[in-house]
Design a protein around this ligand. Structure first.
Ligand SMILES: [Zn+2]
Length: 303
C-alpha cells in the first residue's frame, strides 16, 4: 500500500449528545469537544443492553455526562472502561460515577506504565493525572458482563497505559486513539513513544479483526490497510527527520518547518512534539544524537 493510494476519510457525521445505534450490540454518544486532535468529538461507546459497559466517559463535561445518564434512562452501567488517561477520554469518569456505582477499569494511572525519560518533567501536559482506575487491568485480561465479553490489549505508543478492547463475538476492536480513520494519532513524548506505537500496530496486524471502532471518528472497515499505511507513514516521517538533520536542520522547529512548510499555527505545538517522538526513536536506533533534557529546545546531531 503506497502513500499515494491511501486516503483518510473525513466524511463522518454524528449527532452530539444523542445515543446512536451504530452496529449490532453497540451504541455511541458523542461529546461536544470537536477540534484538530479530537475530530468531531469524543465518542463514548455503550456495549450491551440493560446492563451495559461504557468505554471512555470522555471529557469532564457536565453536559456530556448528563446526556449519557439521560439517554441510558433506567439501563444500568456495570463497567466503565477507559482506553487511556488523556483528558478527553478519562476525565469524565469521576463525574459519571456520581450517577452510577460502576467501577472504572484501566491499565493504570497516567504514570504507572511510563518508561523513565530524560525529558524535562513538565513536558507531559496531555495526561489526566487525577484518574486512578478502581480495577487495574493487565494485558490479555478478559472482562465479562451481561451478554458481552472483551479482551484487554495493552497497546502503548499513543499513551503508555493505552488499552484496546477486542470483542471477539463481533470481530471488532475498540481501539481508542491507537488508530483512527481520519488522521494519524499524535505521539506526545515522554508518554507517547514511537517504537511502542509501531509494536502495537504490529500487534493489530497479527490479529484478524474485521472492524475497528476508534474513540474519534467513524469505524475503520479495512483495518489492516489503514494499519499498514500508518506504519509506512511513520517510517517516512522518521526518514524525513533524518534527512532534515543531514541537511543542517538541527532544532525541532527547523525540522518541522522543513517537513511541513504549510502547517497551520494551531497544529505546530503538536507537530513539534510528534517530531520529538521521531527524534527519540532515531536516538534509540543509534541514528541521531541529542540531549533530551533540553526538551523541545534540543539540538539534533547525526550519530
Ligand atoms: Zn489520546
Amino acid at each position: 500500500m503506497s502513500e499515494h493510494h491511501f486516503k483518510f476519510c473525513t466524511d463522518y457525521h454524528c449527532r452530539l449528545g444523542i445515543l446512536e445505534a451504530v452496529a449490532p450490540g453497540l451504541r455511541r454518544i458523542t461529546a461536544n469537544n470537536p477540534g484538530p486532535l479530537t475530530f468531531r468529538g469524543t465518542g463514548t461507546y455503550i456495549i450491551g443492553q440493560h446492563n451495559v459497559a461504557l468505554i471512555d466517559p470522555g471529557p469532564d463535561d457536565p453536559a456530556h455526562i448528563a446526556a449519557i445518564v439521560n439517554e441510558l434512562g433506567d439501563e444500568k452501567i456495570t463497567h466503565i472502561l477507559v482506553t487511556h488517561t488523556h483528558r478527553d477520554h478519562s476525565a469524565g469518569t469521576a463525574r459519571l460515577q456520581q450517577f452510577c456505582d460502576a467501577p472504572s477499569y484501566a491499565m493504570g494511572t497516567h504514570t504507572a506504565l511510563q518508561r523513565p525519560s530524560a525529558l524535562p518533567a513538565d513536558m507531559d501536559a496531555a495526561g489526566d493525572t487525577n484518574f486512578s482506575p478502581d480495577v487495574v487491568l493487565h494485558d490479555n485480561q478478559s472482562i465479562r458482563g451481561d451478554g458481552w465479553q472483551l479482551l484487554c490489549l495493552h497497546t502503548p505508543g499513543h499513551a503508555s497505559n493505552h488499552a484496546a478492547f477486542a470483542e471477539a463475538a463481533h470481530n471488532r476492536v475498540f481501539v481508542g486513539d491507537l488508530v483512527m480513520g481520519w488522521s494519524t494519532p499524535v505521539l506526545l513524548p515522554p508518554d507517547g513513544h514511537l517504537q511502542d506505537y509501531l509494536s502495537s500496530l504490529d500487534r493489530l496486524l497479527a490479529r484478524k479483526d474485521s472492524v475497528y471502532w476508534p474513540t474519534h471518528g467513524g469505524p475503520v472497515e479495512k483495518p489492516h490497510t489503514l494499519v499498514k499505511h500508518l506504519i509506512q507513514h511513520r517510517k517516512q516521517r522518521t526518514g524525513s527527520v533524518l534527512a532534515a538533520v543531514a541537511n543542517g536542520h538541527r532544532t525541532l522547529a527547523s525540522i518541522v518547518e522543513a517537513g511541513y512548510p504549510d502547517l497551520s499555527a494551531n497544529l505546530k505545538p503538536a507537530a513539534m512534539r510528534s517530531t520529538l517522538a521521531s527524534v527519540i526513536f532515531l536516538i534509540e536506533q543509534g541514528q541521531l544524537k541529542a540531549n533530551l533534557s533540553d526538551g523541545l529546545n534540543l539540538i539534533c546531531q547525526p550519530a
